[in-house]
Design a protein around this ligand. Sequence first.
Ligand SMILES: NC(=O)c1ccc[n+]([C@@H]2O[C@H](COP(=O)([O-])OP(=O)(O)OC[C@H]3O[C@@H](n4cnc5c(N)ncnc54)[C@H](OP(=O)(O)O)[C@@H]3O)[C@@H](O)[C@H]2O)c1
Length: 292
Amino acid sequence: MVQKSVQLSTGYQIPVAGLGTWQSPEGVIGKVVKTALDTGYRHLDCAQGYGNEAEIGDALEEYYKTSSLKREDIFITSKVWNTCHSYERCCQSVEDILHRFKTNYIDLVLIHWPHGFQEGGELFPRVGDQIQYSDVDYLETWKALEKKVEEGKIRSIGLSNFNIAQIQRVIDNGKIKPVALEVEAHLYFQQKELRKFCQENNIVFIAYSPLGSPGSTGFWRQAHSEVNVLKDPIVLNLSKKYQKSPAQIILRWELQNNILIIPKSTNEARLQENFDLFDFNISGDDMKQLDQ
Ligand SMILES: NC(=O)c1ccc[n+]([C@@H]2O[C@H](COP(=O)([O-])OP(=O)(O)OC[C@H]3O[C@@H](n4cnc5c(N)ncnc54)[C@H](OP(=O)(O)O)[C@@H]3O)[C@@H](O)[C@H]2O)c1
């Protein structure tokens, strides 16, 4: 049976199905968050780099006033961006996140990417078309996050876009173990080795782009922009068999594999669809087909 939430190694519960907020623009995201909360979502996947946290913070503040929900009913994830990897900047970045969400703690903060960018300016600092990297070690960023945990400003800390060797380095050198890893994962990118490693190390595995990010274009999907897991023939067959949408088959397969999901939608019907996952079960044989 799929639980609606699982326990992190810090003891806190994280809902298994959350709302992705990347590419949900300002002017839209506030309403989306309120609709998602109405629908039952209690986990928001956010980031400094998405440029919309302030509007999400405003929407939450309004929602607390007009509903019975309180801050502690909602699990907020945010991420420290690549231009904030040095100790001081990372600490300041966490303070800025708290400010945007008008809260005194964040449930989960991740290092968004293992590599740092040159600090102080644009989100993507470039000279010509060359990204300018920094040489700040992510262990320094991790120390800053540990400090914020000690101060009670973050409940749990984790990693995003890290590989096994990088995660192991954090485990070996940090005071606090990462509770979660957020990486791209879906039917066409199953990340079996990384999932096994996470399971062995009590790290909750969160799939970003759990539907394969069909709306993304350009820089992010140049190589495979024609590939769409929602149109996979096996998925379409199972969609007919279970009378569920292709997205629901894919998301349910993830949940039954102990993968947490954070699909993004700004569409009311699809927000509902992506959360309506708890009243059916994909059989063992059909799971095997999808696993392959
Ligand atoms: N840590 C990281 O580095 C990282 C990187 C990428 C993403 N993320 C997180 O993961 C979240 C999800 O990833 P993602 O946004 O890349 O991709 P995704 O959730 O796999 O796909 C979102 C796309 O699918 C469409 N969609 C949503 N529900 C659908 C449904 N039921 N049927 C058909 N199409 C549907 C959405 O369009 P509509 O909005 O029109 O419905 C949107 O174009 C992000 O929002 C972000 O929070 C994290």
